[in-house]
Design a protein around this ligand. Structure first.
Ligand SMILES: *Cc1c(COP(=O)(O)O)cnc(C)c1O
Length: 379
């Protein structure tokens, strides 16, 4: 089945009780049993809920996986993956990553005895060199947030298989419409469903998708034991969002390309980070593993000061100044003071995240209007 069809029909079955074409919001905490232990497969809503079940099936379908699990947020999904590990184990992860993931790793799990080796995952040799006998997991984001650097998923999967490690990929930026890490050999795909899957900036949610049943059982055990499950209304919203994922991503990518090219020609812009440019260091790998280059990009101004960045950030009218991404509306963000403020400044600068870097989440408005807004804001 082709992808647009898949997005519309994934997880959709007429409701058995009424025939409702949309999965109802099963707003219930428990289910009545016919006799002790005799039930219809639903006992208590932390463990099972029909709306969540439909969504989890959809998540598996859209990532070409066998099993999906939905969580109360993207970081809750990441948290569940790290809880596969024991104290003393190590994770190899990228240097440029979502600030909340960095905070979870360094301020929660490091305290509990799990080691994190921040490595340049765009270089497979560096990943090989970072592996120790304690390494259990490779955690990557590609494209990264916010520098849009690209890691070769197949190359990471080869290393993971050879060294018997798990490979988990945060696929939030690409979305399943542009990249399917399980097809490239990853063991776990993670999403902040808050972003492109939900697509309308109205829900916080996370997802994991995998193929291996034993791994699914371990993660399901963590999901129900730790309890970071999404409510049924939020599952309904993400199910609805997924239906238009194909259409939305097409528009995000078209607009992303138009704006990246326009920004690159702007005399006041020093650098544009977008993997669609042929001279982007990750372009060849991006072209190989992604269907298109997405609607996320970052740029630096020639006047490299926080003040000038702040001026632009406050001057846009259509681009709303806000954290998050992947919604139908365009957002503008200042990673150094917003999404990535939890990463120490020296660490940020070392990784190439300058004080003046501006990140855009390009929405599905008309590109001309978005360009006009940036034109008047940059001046
Ligand atoms: C937003 C985001 C997360 C965290 O997801 P939440 O839903 O906010 O918990 C993780 N990774 C990336 C790349 C993100 O953009």
């Amino acid at each position: 089945m082709k992808s647009a069809t898949k997005y519309v029909h994934a997880g959709a079955h007429p409701d058995p009780a009424t025939g409702a074409i949309m999965t109802p919001v099963y707003q219930t905490s428990t289910y009545v049993q016919e006799a002790p232990g005799v039930n219809k497969g639903f006992e208590y809503a932390r463990s099972q809920n029909p709306t969540r079940k439909a969504l989890e099936e959809a998540l598996a379908v859209i990532e070409n996986g066998r099993f999906g699990l939905a969580f109360s947020s993207g970081v809750a999904a990441t948290d569940a993956v790290i809880k596969l590990l024991n104290s003393g184990d190590e994770v190899i992860c990228g240097k440029d990553m979502y600030g909340g993931t960095y905070r979870l790793f360094t301020q929660v799990f490091a305290r509990l005895g799990i080691g994190f080796r921040f490595t340049d995952t765009t270089n497979p040799q560096a990943v090989r060199a970072a592996i120790t006998e304690k390494t259990k997991l490779i955690w990557i984001e590609t494209p990264t947030n916010p520098l849009m650097s690209i890691t070769d998923i197949s190359a990471m999967a080869d290393i993971a298989k050879e060294k018997k490690l798990w490979l988990a990929v945060d696929n939030t930026f690409a979305s399943p419409a542009l990249q399917n890490p399980l097809d490239l050999g990853a063991d776990i795909v993670m999403h902040s469903s808050t972003k492109y899957l939900g697509g309308h900036s109205d829900v916080i949610q996370g997802a994991l998708v995998m193929n291996d049943e034993a791994l699914r059982d371990k993660l399901y055990f963590i999901q129900k034991s730790c309890g970071a499950v999404p409510g049924p209304m939020d599952c309904f919203l993400v199910l609805r969002g997924i239906k238009t994922l194909g259409l939305r991503m097409k528009a995000h990518c078209e607009n992303g390309k138009a704006i990246a090219e326009w920004l690159r020609r702007h005399p006041k812009v020093a650098k544009v980070y977008w993997p669609g440019f042929e001279d982007h260091p990750g372009h060849a790998v991006a072209k190989k593993q992604m269907k298109d280059f997405g609607g996320m990009l970052s740029f630096e101004l020639k006047n490299d000061s926080v003040e000038e960045a702040r001026r632009v950030l406050c001057a846009t009218k259509l681009f709303a100044l806000a954290e998050s991404l992947g919604g139908v509306e365009s957002l503008i963000n200042h990673p150094a003071s917003m999404t990535h403020a939890s990463i120490p400044r020296e660490e940020r600068l070392k990784n190439g995240l300058s004080d003046s870097l501006i990140r855009l989440s390009i929405g599905i408005e008309d590109a001309e209007d978005l360009i006009e807004d940036l034109r008047q804001a940059i001046g």
